[in-house]
Design a protein around this ligand. Structure first.
Ligand SMILES: [Ca+2]
Length: 322
């Protein structure tokens, strides 16, 4: 109000309280006040009770609507990618991929540029996977001719049961990461929600950021920041280790469950290292698990599994373009 009064006083020689009402029709005061009101309709918001002119009211509404439209248009033009609430955004940038200290298959260390992408904030939970299974009518035929997932009937380690024609989660495990899911089952889930599995490079960047750190939080293993080494003896609900979050706010990248990524297990570019497991035979899993040593949870560590296997320490998360 003080700002408007100051503005008004600068534009009008008359006093705000005393004579800023329109004078009799046709007089100089009437023309002066109405002229200012029409020229600066926003001012009339403060004065609407005094002026009571339909023209000022309509003008003010039109101006406000126009301003809101302009702001919304400009906001839409801003180059800001906003990920869905269950995903985090990893901006386009170079990052350091690989490790000199790890296994030979983690070398050479090199800089890799990736376009921006979104990745799930948490591993996919059993509750979410059950929603998918019930939506698509079960594992049969939904995962490229492969079994999507073992229920507890096929594998006692699974936390998913089939009861009375529906898939349900064993009580208490709803928010734990889904396990015993094949790579095909992981891929089918991501596709169903218009997502995809992250590439190996995307997974590593989401876990370590751009500074080449060994763990999502830094270079030193800290048992308080991940579920590993069988300290608990089971999976934990996703997000259970908030201090272990990655630089992009992705949780559980280290430990809890290994995570399927899109890539086949291959030698890195420029690596002289050879392995009989390289090629289109095995898919890469990343991040270690509750049942593996903390050193396996390093952001650069690569393990492998046949894509059709359903394993009690392997889950996944999805990615997509922003
Ligand atoms: Ca993990």
């Amino acid at each position: 109000m003080f700002l408007w009064k100051a503005l008004f006083d600068r534009l009008n020689s008359c006093s705000y309280n005393a004579i800023c009402l329109p004078g009799p029709p046709g007089t100089a005061q009437d023309a002066h006040v109405r002229g200012i009101t029409n020229l600066f309709p926003l001012l009339s918001i403060a004065m609407i009770n005094r002026l009571r002119t339909p023209a000022a009211l309509i003008g003010t509404i039109l101006i406000v609507v126009a301003l809101v439209g302009i702001v919304r248009l400009l906001w839409g033009l801003l180059p800001i990618a906003v990920p869905p609430s269950d995903m985090v955004l990893v901006p386009a940038d170079e990052f350091i991929m690989g490790s000199q200290e790890g296994s030979p298959d983690e070398r050479p260390v090199r800089r890799v540029y990736l376009e921006a992408f979104c990745i799930d904030r948490y591993p996919v939970t059993s509750a979410r996977y059950v929603q998918f299974l019930n939506a698509v009518g079960g594992p049969a035929g939904q995962c490229g001719g492969h079994i999507c997932l073992d229920t507890q009937a096929e594998n006692p380690d699974s936390r998913i049961l089939y009861r009375q024609g529906r898939y349900v989660v064993e009580a208490g495990y709803e928010q734990h990461p889904v396990t015993n899911v094949s790579w095909y089952g992981a891929q089918a889930y991501c596709r169903y929600y218009d997502k995809r599995l992250p590439t190996e490079a995307e997974w590593e960047k989401a876990a370590r950021g751009t500074d080449g750190r060994a763990y999502p939080w830094g270079d030193n293993l800290d048992p308080h920041k991940l579920n590993s080494d069988c300290r608990i003896g089971d999976t934990t609900p996703v997000g259970n280790y908030p201090t272990g979050v990655s630089p992009y706010w992705a949780y559980d990248m280290a430990g809890n469950v290994w995570e399927w990524v899109a890539d086949w297990y291959r030698a890195y570019p420029g690596s002289p290292y050879q392995s009989p497991f390289f090629g289109e035979k095995y898919k890469v899993v990343r991040g270690g698990s509750w049942n593996h040593p903390g050193s396996d949870a390093r952001t650069t560590c690569r393990d492998i599994a046949h894509p059709a296997r359903r394993i009690h320490v392997v889950g996944f998360r999805c990615a997509r373009e922003p």
